[in-house]
Design a protein around this ligand. Structure first.
Ligand SMILES: Nc1ncnc2c1ncn2[C@@H]1O[C@H](COP(=O)(O)OP(=O)(O)OP(=O)(O)O)[C@@H](O)[C@H]1O
Ligand SMILES: [Mg+2]
Length: 325
C-alpha cells in the first residue's frame, strides 16, 4: 500500500471504531517504513502500537455502533445487533472447535495480517432445517461485537430479477465500508432455481457474479452463506469458502444439553432424561428447543415450578406429529 492508501485505511478503521484493524494498519505502515530504510520511524510506530495494545483491551470489548444501512443497501439487508454467544449453543466438540477457530482468527486478525496471511472469514454452513445455521451467524456476530447484516438470497433474486448482479455489488461494497457479519441465508436459492425455472441464464449470471465478488472480496468482514441443500450447489462454490461447515441433527449429548439448558429455571429432578432424549430422535435442534419451551409453558400455566416426565413427553410427541416424525 502507498502512504495515501494507508491513510485512507486508517481513517476508515477509525470511523468504524475498529481498534484492531487500526493498529494492524499502523503495523503495516511500520513494516513499509522499515523496508524503505526508515528504521527509526518504524520503531517509533511499533512502540506506539504496543502501548496502545497493552492499554486497549477493555475498550475494544465495546460494541461497534450499529451502522444503519442507507440508500439502496437498506432494501437489501436487514441489520441487527446480536447478543447471542457461542456458549448458548449446544454443539458437538467438532463443530465447537471449528467455530472457535473462526473467532480466534478474527479476534487476533492483526497478528495474522501482519504476516501477510488471511484470517478465515468466508464460511459456508450446510445442514438440515433447524440445526443452528442462522443461530451460528448470530453467535459469531455477537462474539465479535459486529453488526449482523442478513441478506435473504431468495428475496434478492425474486424481487430484483434481472438486477441481482448490480444489487450484489452494492452489498459487497458495503462489506468494505462497514465491517460486519454478512449473512446470505437460503443460499441454495441460486442452485435450486437453476433447474426448476426457465430463467436459467439469469440464475447462472447471478451465481457467476456472486462467485466473482466472493473471490475478489478483500474486506475484513465475515461472509457467511447457509443452505439446506448442498447437493444443489455448484461445486465451484466450495473452494471459494475458507470453511464448509457441516450441521447435523443432534446426537444424544446435544439433545440433552438443549433440553436441560432450556429448562434450567425449573425443578427437573423427576425427568428421565435418557428416555426424553430417545423420544426426540429425528427432531432438529429447533424442534427440541420448542418442545422444551412448550413443556415449560405447560408448567407455568398450571402454576407449577416443576417439569414432569409427562410435560416433556407430551410436548415432544406434539413436535413429532407436527413434523410427521
Ligand atoms: N445448536 C443449538 N443449540 C441450541 N439451540 C439451537 C441450536 N440450533 C438451533 N437451536 C434453536 O433452534 C432455533 C432455530 O435454529 P436456526 O434458525 O439457527 O436453524 P437453521 O439451521 O438456520 O434452520 P433453517 O435451515 O430452517 O434456516 C434457534 O433459534 C434456537 O432456538
Ligand atoms: Mg436459518
Amino acid at each position: 500500500m502507498t502512504a495515501s492508501k494507508h491513510l485512507i485505511a486508517l481513517l476508515k478503521s477509525h470511523i468504524a471504531r475498529d481498534d484492531d484493524r487500526f493498529l494492524s494498519i499502523a503495523m503495516q505502515v511500520a513494516a513499509h517504513e522499515a523496508r524503505k530504510g526508515h528504521g527509526q520511524v518504524a520503531q517509533q510506530v511499533r512502540e506506539l502500537v504496543d502501548q496502545a495494545r497493552s492499554g486497549k483491551v477493555e475498550r475494544s470489548r465495546q460494541p461497534v455502533p450499529i451502522a444503519q444501512p442507507k440508500g439502496e443497501l437498506a432494501s437489501l439487508v436487514a441489520v441487527s445487533f446480536s447478543e447471542t454467544r457461542l456458549k448458548s449453543m449446544a454443539l458437538t466438540d467438532e463443530l465447537e472447535q471449528q467455530l472457535k477457530r473462526v473467532i480466534v482468527e478474527q479476534r487476533q486478525q492483526h497478528k495474522i495480517l501482519e504476516r501477510g496471511l488471511q484470517p478465515r472469514r468466508k464460511l459456508l454452513l450446510v445442514g438440515p432445517p433447524g440445526s443452528g445455521k442462522t443461530m451460528t451467524a448470530s453467535a459469531l456476530a455477537g462474539e465479535l461485537h459486529l453488526p449482523l447484516f442478513t441478506v435473504v438470497f431468495d428475496t434478492l433474486i425474486t424481487r430484483f430479477m434481472g438486477e441481482t448482479a448490480s444489487k450484489l455489488r452494492v452489498i459487497f461494497e458495503a462489506m468494505t465500508e462497514t465491517r460486519g457479519v454478512y449473512f446470505f441465508d437460503e443460499f441454495d436459492a441460486i442452485g435450486a432455481r437453476r433447474s426448476e425455472r426457465n430463467d436459467v441464464g439469469e440464475i447462472r449470471r447471478v451465481l457467476n457474479s456472486y462467485l466473482q465478488f466472493l473471490e475478489k472480496d478483500e474486506s475484513d468482514s465475515l461472509i457467511i452463506a447457509a443452505t439446506n441443500h448442498v447437493e444443489l450447489l455448484d461445486p465451484a462454490l466450495f473452494r471459494r469458502f475458507d470453511d464448509v461447515i457441516q450441521y447435523n441433527l443432534p446426537d444424544k449429548e446435544v439433545t440433552l444439553k438443549i433440553l436441560q439448558t432450556r429448562l434450567v429455571g425449573f425443578e427437573t429432578g423427576e425427568i428421565d432424561w435418557q428416555v426424553s432424549a430417545e423420544m426426540t430422535a429425528g427432531l432438529s435442534q429447533a424442534e427440541i428447543s420448542r418442545a422444551a419451551d412448550e413443556a415449560a409453558k405447560r408448567a407455568i400455566l398450571t402454576d407449577r415450578t416443576n417439569i414432569t416426565n409427562d410435560d416433556l413427553s407430551v410436548s415432544i410427541q406434539e413436535r413429532r406429529s407436527a413434523t410427521h416424525k
